[in-house]
Design a protein around this ligand. Structure first.
Ligand SMILES: [Zn+2]
Ligand SMILES: [Zn+2]
Length: 149
């Protein structure tokens, strides 16, 4: 259990989570796939253990009878999945990709593995590019640093 910080792409929403577990979970269900743009990787924390700044930029969408999902209404980043009914009510699963440091996290449980998109079973022998190689391809030649759009 530890504390983790994170933010959305534009930085309008910032998160600090306490009592964070050492494992994250993956969900392959169709709803998570569409919401997260692929498999959803989430870190489960109690709602009371998640401090959020930039709340004006958070929009929540009710997506089922027992859950809602939050996203940044400025940049569109998916933020968290929140259970609103049933035995796990009050839990929030934060998108792992928002976190500043994930080096100590390991995969815990995979949900809906029968719905897994086979494209996620990445094959061997694929082309792999480092950050520097990507920047050489996409960045304007006068840019000293930055990320591909
Ligand atoms: Zn944002
Ligand atoms: Zn799901």
């Amino acid at each position: 259990m530890s504390e983790k910080t994170g933010q959305c792409l534009c930085g309008a929403v910032k998160l600090t989570a306490r009592n964070v577990p050492s494992t994250f979970n993956i969900c392959y269900c169709d709803m998570c796939k569409r919401w997260a743009g692929g498999r959803f990787m989430g870190l489960h924390v109690a709602k009371d253990d998640l401090n959020v700044t930039g709340g004006d930029s958070v929009t929540e969408a009710v997506t089922s009878d027992w859950a809602k999902r939050a996203f940044c209404n400025t940049c569109g980043s998916s933020l968290w999945y929140e259970v609103t009914d049933g035995p796990y009510v009050g839990g929030r699963s934060i998108c792992v990709g928002l976190l500043d440091d994930t080096s100590d996290l390991t995969l815990g449980t995979e949900y809906y593995t029968d719905r897994k998109t086979r494209a996620y079973d990445f094959p061997e022998g694929r082309k792999q590019l480092t950050e520097a190689e990507v920047l050489a391809l996409f960045a304007p030649t006068d840019a000293e640093e930055g990320e591909p759009e």
